[in-house]
Each structure stands twice: as structure tokens, then as C-alpha cells.
Design a protein around this ligand. Structure first.
Ligand code: ADP
Ligand SMILES: Nc1ncnc2c1ncn2[C@H]1C[C@H](O)[C@@H](COP(=O)(O)O)O1
Length: 219
């Protein structure tokens, strides 16, 4: 019996992994998909045509980047539900608007008219009764210090050149955002409480927690 069957996770479940840049979403997505024999929906960074430009000039590229991410995530969302679920998704569509677009608007690096165009498109696409929400959102959290360490360790050039205040602001906004999030059940995991890299067997206790939360959802 595999871990999915052992813990009664439905084979059509869609589980999304959320959290700030560098917290460990891709690592968790890959590990969970392998353990549950699910497919992955990964956030593609290397072939994103705007990301590098965006980090060099937020004001010039923030609208283009948000539209690009929205289109990519919507296509992924459609694919996951058309294929009948059984997916772990790296980052939720809710973070694009709730964290990134809002932060750039609030900080003045996205204009008011661009922000309104973006949010009206987002609302028309996502905030409808026809949009299927995931069965669970796993929220990964950790101290700012640990997040900064991981961003540095991963070494993506565009992120190294971004001032720490950017990551600090994002870290603070994530905490507020998750406390108000209610589009689907949430499982919060602190990165201090597991280490799937050093101890791959710790994935089992995470799957047990996923099962408990899907069966007794806390919003
Ligand atoms: N459980 C873990 N323990 C230690 N380091 C980790 C762990 N998970 C991820 N990392 C490291 O942290 C960095 C960011 O992880 P990643 O999964 O790419 O984050 P995200 O997808 O959230 O941006 C990578 O260098 C990765 O190897
Ligand atoms: N919606 C977004 N707006 C701006 N930047 C974004 C958005 N979604 C992801 N990003 C950036 C942040 C990172 O530099 C890369 C990949 O994110 P990660 O959390 O490392 O998976 O894209």
C-alpha cells in the first residue's frame, strides 16, 4: 500500500503549496508528488520572458509580469482539472494578486490603472463560482533569517541583486495574507519542524497532517 492509500488521500486531489520566495515550495512539491504518486505543476522560472527584466526595473515590467503569471497559472489550473486532479502545485494563483500585484501597487511600482486592469481580469477569471479551488493549500512559513539564507544559498542572480527590504516586506505581507485566507482549507508547516532533504522519511508525517486537514478542514 502506498502512502496516498495508507492515509486516504483522494487520488483526484489538487494540493497547492504556498509561501514566500525561497521558503521551499518547489522542493516540497517535488517530494510530495513523488511520495503520493501525483503529478506536479511547477512554476517555470528559467523561461519566463519578463522575470529578469522585472527585477531590474519593477515599474517598467510589473504589469507585464503579472499578466504573464496570471495566464500561465490559469492554463495550469485548467490542465489540472481537465486531467482529473492528482496534482501538487508549486505556488497558488491567489498569491499573485494577494501578495505580488498588491505589494507593487502599494509601493508605487505598479500604477493604479494597471492594478485595476489586472485585478478586474483576475476577478473575472478566478473569483467566479466556476473556478475550482484546490482541496488544500499547504502554507510553508519560516523566519526571515532562514528565508534570506535559502535565497542566498539558491543563488538566482536576479534575486541576489534585490535588496533585503523587498524580501522583508514580502515576508510580512505573507503572514497577514495567510491569516485572512479562506478560499480553501489550509495546512501550515513551519520549515523548522521538518527536513525533507536530510530526512526524506519525514514526508510521511506531513502526509498524515495533509490527510487530517483534508478530512477535518480548518480555514
Ligand atoms: N527542507 C529543506 N531544508 C533545507 N534547505 C531546503 C529545504 N527545502 C528547500 N531548501 C533549499 O532552499 C532553497 C529554496 O528552495 P525552493 O524549493 O527552490 O524554494 P521556493 O520554491 O519556495 O522558492 C533551495 O536552495 C533548496 O535547496
Ligand atoms: N506574481 C508574481 N509577481 C512577481 N514575481 C513573482 C510572481 N510570482 C513569482 N514571482 C517571482 C519570485 C521569484 O523570483 C520567482 C519564482 O518564485 P519562487 O517563490 O522562487 O518559486 O518568481
Amino acid at each position: 500500500m502506498n502512502l496516498r492509500e495508507k492515509y486516504g488521500i483522494p487520488n483526484n486531489a489538487v494540493i497547492t503549496v504556498a509561501g514566500t520566495v525561497g521558503v521551499g515550495k518547489s522542493t516540497m512539491t517535488t517530494a510530495l508528488a513523488e511520495a503520493l504518486q501525483f503529478k506536479t505543476s511547477l512554476e517555470r522560472v528559467n523561461d519566463n520572458p519578463y522575470l529578469d527584466k522585472f527585477y531590474k526595473d519593477f515599474e517598467r515590467w510589473s504589469f507585464h509580469l503579472q499578466i504573464y503569471f496570471l495566464a500561465e497559472r490559469f492554463k495550469e489550473q485548467k490542465k489540472m482539472f481537465e486531467l482529473g486532479g492528482g496534482f501538487i502545485q508549486d505556488r497558488s494563483i491567489y498569491e499573485d494578486t494577494g501578495i505580488f500585484a498588491k505589494m507593487h501597487y502599494d509601493k508605487g511600482t505598479m500604477s493604479e490603472v494597471d492594478y485595476q486592469t489586472y485585478t478586474s481580469l483576475f476577478d473575472a477569471m478566478v473569483m467566479t463560482p466556476y473556478f475550482p479551488h484546490p482541496d488544500l493549500l499547504i502554507y510553508l512559513e519560516g523566519s526571515l533569517e532562514d528565508i534570506l539564507y535559502r535565497i542566498k544559498e539558491r543563488g538566482r542572480e536576479m534575486e541576489q541583486e534585490t535588496p533585503n527590504e523587498y524580501w522583508q516586506e514580502m515576508h510580512m505581507r505573507y503572514e497577514k495574507w495567510i491569516n485572512e485566507f479562506n478560499a480553501c482549507p489550509v495546512l501550515r508547516l513551519n520549515i523548522k519542524d521538518y527536513d525533507i532533504q536530510e530526512d526524506p522519511s519525514s514526508i510521511e508525517s506531513i502526509i498524515q497532517a495533509i490527510s487530517n486537514t483534508i478530512k477535518n478542514p480548518l480555514r
